[in-house]
Design a protein around this ligand. Structure first.
Ligand code: ZN
Length: 141
């Protein structure tokens, strides 16, 4: 979050705001107005409908809610699934595919700044290929 305005490729970043349903958790994230999102077909993402915006940690800032977050882990235990204790919404978390970045739930962003969403499949059935294909998304700017 050092620069208020920077670019990735040709698309300028805008400041998106987001958080959980009850408002206990709030954050801001820098990303293009047209968001490149990943839809994952793993067991938990299928159930929750999570839509992933993967960013390096430098582009995400938690504004409030650290103490409102509960954590759920399963399988390898690498991913830290964070949800609001009050409303149950998982608005962002630390994904297994990018443990050094954050995955922000596009469905939890305020719509005003989102000009569009381009969705690609993260195929958990071929996880190594998917991980390789999207490896750069959390690379530091
Ligand atoms: Zn909440």
């Amino acid at each position: 979050m050092s620069a208020p305005f920077t670019t990735r490729g040709a698309r300028p970043f805008v400041l998106h705001r987001g958080g959980c349903h009850c408002g206990a958790v709030a954050y801001e994230v820098m990303a293009p107005a047209i968001i490149e999102a990943l839809e994952c077909n793993c067991s938990i993402c299928r159930m929750s409908g999570f839509l992933h915006l993967i960013v390096p940690r430098s582009r995400f800032r938690l504004l409030r809610g650290e103490t409102a977050l509960a954590e759920y882990r399963f399988n390898t235990g690498v991913a830290r699934h964070l949800f609001c204790r009050n409303c149950g919404v998982k608005s962002f978390y630390a994904p297994r595919s990018h443990p050094d970045g954050w995955s922000v739930n596009v469905r939890c962003l305020a719509p005003e700044t989102v000009a569009g969403v381009e969705i690609e499949l993260f195929d958990d059935n071929d996880r190594d290929a998917a991980q390789a294909r999207f490896a750069g998304l959390a690379a530091p700017d």
